[in-house]
Design a protein around this ligand. Structure first.
Ligand code: DX5
Ligand code: ZN
Length: 225
């Protein structure tokens, strides 16, 4: 398998949408050109916020036809994994820092026919994830500390993106590199230049006046000269 990593995927995060009308919000970004819909699941333990669970994921599966990219910011992703697979997730990212047997969770995700993602916090070195890199479909490099939308991009995370892209090429591994947090036109460009190809964006898409233009900019923002 050699997915086209040079093709940018834009995945708006529904966390920044209007929670009183989630289906309409998901359809709004789908119609504007979103490639995937990013769904941030938070349990109030792994992060200091509570968002939504499998029922909302299942509802979004009915609302849109683009792939659902589920990001589990929960303490026990192994315990809840099957419910998110059942809900219709196309990819599921679990945190390296959560309390579970990471390799087993990734394997179970793939065995269920889902893309297996591994997420790492800004403070976690790439070396801590190294053993899993041959066995994942997606590496989610957090560019903010997880928990809340609207935070500022942490530029030092870009070294990990570059290293992950280099290791992938050197070893013939195969994973998307996804960035999440504070992604807007300029930080998307930096991330793409370092080797990321999946752009998660909440605020910069949902709060944009022209959502289609915002998505286009994340895909190919002009280089600043
Ligand atoms: C942060 C979430 C992100 C967040 C991104 O914990 O994982 O997906 O919604 O939001 P923005 O784009 O507003 O930083
Ligand atoms: Zn996320």
């Amino acid at each position: 398998m050699n997915p086209p990593f040079d093709q940018t995927v834009v995945a708006p995060s529904l966390l920044a949408g209007d929670f009183s009308r989630l289906g309409a919000e998901a359809r709004r970004v789908e119609a504007a050109g979103a490639d995937w819909l990013h769904l941030d699941v938070m349990d109030g333990h792994f992060v200091d916020n509570i968002s939504f669970g499998p029922a909302v994921v299942a509802a979004m599966k009915k609302a849109v036809s683009i792939p659902l990219d589920v990001h589990l910011m929960i303490s026990r992703p192994d315990h809840y994994l099957a419910r998110f697979i059942e809900a219709g997730a196309r990819s599921i990212s679990v945190h390296l820092e959560a309390k579970h047997e990471v390799a087993a969770t990734l394997r179970a995700t793939r065995e269920a026919g889902c893309l297996a993602g591994l997420a790492i916090n800004p403070g976690t070195p790439l070396s801590a994830a190294l053993a899993h890199l041959p066995n994942i479909d997606l590496l989610l490099v957090m560019t903010v500390n997880p928990g809340f939308g609207g935070q500022e991009f942490i530029a030092s995370t870009m070294d990990k993106v570059a290293a992950a892209a280099r290791l992938r090429a050197e070893n013939g591994w195969s994973y998307h590199i996804e960035v999440d947090g504070g992604i807007k036109e300029d930080t998307a460009r930096i991330s793409r230049e370092k080797g990321a190809n999946v752009m998660v964006a909440g605020t910069s898409v949902f709060k944009a006046g022209d959502v289609a233009a915002a998505i286009r900019e994340l895909r190919s923002s002009p280089r600043q000269t």
